[in-house]
Design a protein around this ligand. Sequence first.
Ligand code: SIN
Length: 486
Amino acid sequence: MLDIASKFKMTGAYIDGQWVKASSGKSFAVLNPANSEHLADVADCTKADALNAVAAAKTAFKMWSGKTAKQRCDILRKWNDLILANVDQLGALLSKEQGKPLAEAKGEITYGASYIEWFAEEARRAYGDVIPASRPNTQIVVMKQPVGVVAAITPWNFPNAMIARKVAPALAAGCTIVIKPAPETPLSALALAVLAEEAGIPKGVINILPTTQTSDVGDVLTTHPDIAKVSFTGSTNVGRHIMRNGADTVKRLSLELGGNAPFIVFDDADLDAAVEGALNSKFRNSGQTCVCANRLYIQAGIYDQFAAAFAKKVETLKVGDAFDEGVTQGPLINQNAMTKVEELVGDALEKGASAIVGAQRHELGGLYYAPTVLRDVPLNARVLKEEIFGPVAPLIKFEMEEDVIALANDSEFGLAGYFFARDIGRVWRVAAALECGIVGVNEGVTSAVEAPFGGVKQSGLGREGSHYGLDDYLDIKYVLMGGLGH
Ligand code: SIN
């Protein structure tokens, strides 16, 4: 197994360009979810540390926003290059703290870096406008300016990419940032700061606060008057809390919240492609992404065939340690996740679903859950209403297109949705009818830096990635220039 270089084993908080202990002197343990291996004791930041980080980011804002877009672009590009040059080390570190298979972890590092490269380029295209004015001797000028200091609160399922997706547009726009990574996975965040420093990102521009005091530190970051914007990826419940916290200071918000993705297979679909798509969508990161297929609706004419072919594939998925050859399924992140998955499967079985694969803890023990396929899941099962965040695929039979659209849209969430069909009229109709921010047609994985990622309904606000992603970090200023006549 690759030995991770000591420079990537940072345990301090990163505030104002310094690696510091928590003001309380306390630290917390980071464990490998695959085997409980103790990886590090990391600074457990407090409110006081959060206040220091906000002050540092505020001071740095004047200097960083004053740089030219080209200067910021050059530094971000260098950061991207350093990340890519260290993909093996960063991937191994990510696998250790998060549990995902090494190949998937390295894929995440490349995916994360793609946001840094993309927004380095976009930094130079934060164009304004000149609008024809109706008053004589005037010009209407629209300029875009960085919103200010940003707080980023990021999840454990993508410990690198979800940070990169926020920090890159923020820095490209000229903002500075304070990041609170998930307590389960702070090491990947800190390793990114090591390379940010090496790339020449000045002190105070990026600050990282590992902590288990999530509500104390989170409350500072979401209420402080010097924080202009909060960008959060996580649950809808916490998103609601952040909206309430931000109300008094009218914070700009980007919220990437929960999902409950429908995955629909119509009778006319290419069966092999649909099975492959379902596998990729459902079992990416062991089902722990907010765009994973959460409920699979299969049309009656193809239902049995799909269930058999899909179950056969799921049986072959290899579960195990991130560093073992051929493993594609890692552990769940913690005991709470295991309890939730067990409860949802138990509830579905009790209500009449049948298990065709799995539906139990994996024989490896610990936090491993067996990849699972449930069929004939009744519509009142919790597993169809709640985000599973685990390797469980519930199948539901449907008859008519209009029925499945109604079922798919019967959710407070609206992040991703997928369907497989060949009829062009149906493809257009269903793509338009699904109440989701992201739709995969004959594709099970949609994420890409060029594409806007984000949800509708209670799945959130704003878009990450793509050319839209920069706007979330820019304010529009309208300047009316008068007195231009002789
Ligand atoms: C997420 O699960 O939050 C992000 C998934 C992705 O970027 O594909």
